[in-house]
Design a binder for this molecule. Structure first.
Ligand code: GRF
Length: 205
């Protein structure tokens, strides 16, 4: 299909969400394709998934840059150079500078393993279990300068069950993530979700 949305994915680690996006994009009729995967970590497992799918990759180690802004500018240059139209963060463990977020506002999304705005940040499943809540899940949201606080596009719930450990809960949430992220990407690529004046506009159907 011509006119597929050109997607760049940012990863730092395992890359199971990247894999879910790659698998979805491999369907002929899927309206998006991943044209670049960038990692700030050379050993990130996600890079292997990209390479197996012959998707171009770039490693940009953040430690080699004097500032957050300089690192982000290198990432921005790679994305622009490749012609990326939408950036998906998938386990990307760097906080962006405000300048980067402003440049990509409405074109930069992230998946987070909780029902935001609850349980932001890291050690999410530990936080959820400690709080004793009975429902958790995952959220796909537009990225804004404030961490894990951007406009919510979609969420998926999973139960928290008696005896859950952070690992068992993480595995259950991850399964939901692997369904939700490709579904959101599809909607965005079809033009059925967009950010307008700071609000998520959704066209159902
Ligand atoms: C996921 O739980 C995602 O929600 C969070 O980081 C984890 C990344 O896992 N942002 P993976 O690298 O996609 O396997």
């Amino acid at each position: 299909m011509n006119g597929k949305l050109k997607v760049g994915v940012l990863v730092s680690g395992r890359g199971s969400n990247l894999k879910a996006l790659i698998d979805a994009c491999s369907a002929t009729e899927f309206p998006a394709r991943i044209i670049l995967v960038i990692s700030n970590v050379a050993t990130a497992g996600g890079l292997a998934y990209a390479e197996a799918a012959t998707i171009p990759t770039a490693v940009i180690p953040h430690k080699e840059f004097p500032s957050r802004e300089a690192f982000d500018e290198a990432v921005n240059a790679e994305l622009r150079g490749a012609g990326v139209e939408l950036v998906c963060e998938a386990g990307f463990m760097r906080i962006h500078s405000d300048g980067f977020v402003r440049k990509w506002l409405g074109k930069l999304i992230n998946i987070h393993p909780s029902l935001l705005p609850a349980f932001k940040g890291t050690h999410v499943h530990e936080q959820v279990i400690a709080a004793g809540v009975m429902v958790s899940g995952c959220t796909v949201h537009y990225v804004t300068p404030e961490l894990d606080s951007g406009p919510i596009i979609a969420q998926s719930e999973v139960p928290v069950v008696k005896g859950d450990t952070p690992a068992t809960l993480a595995a259950r949430v991850l399964e939901a993530e692997h369904k939700l992220y490709p579904a959101v990407l599809k909607k965005i690529a079809e033009g059925r979700v967009r950010l307008e004046s700071g609000q998520v506009v959704t066209i159902d159907g």
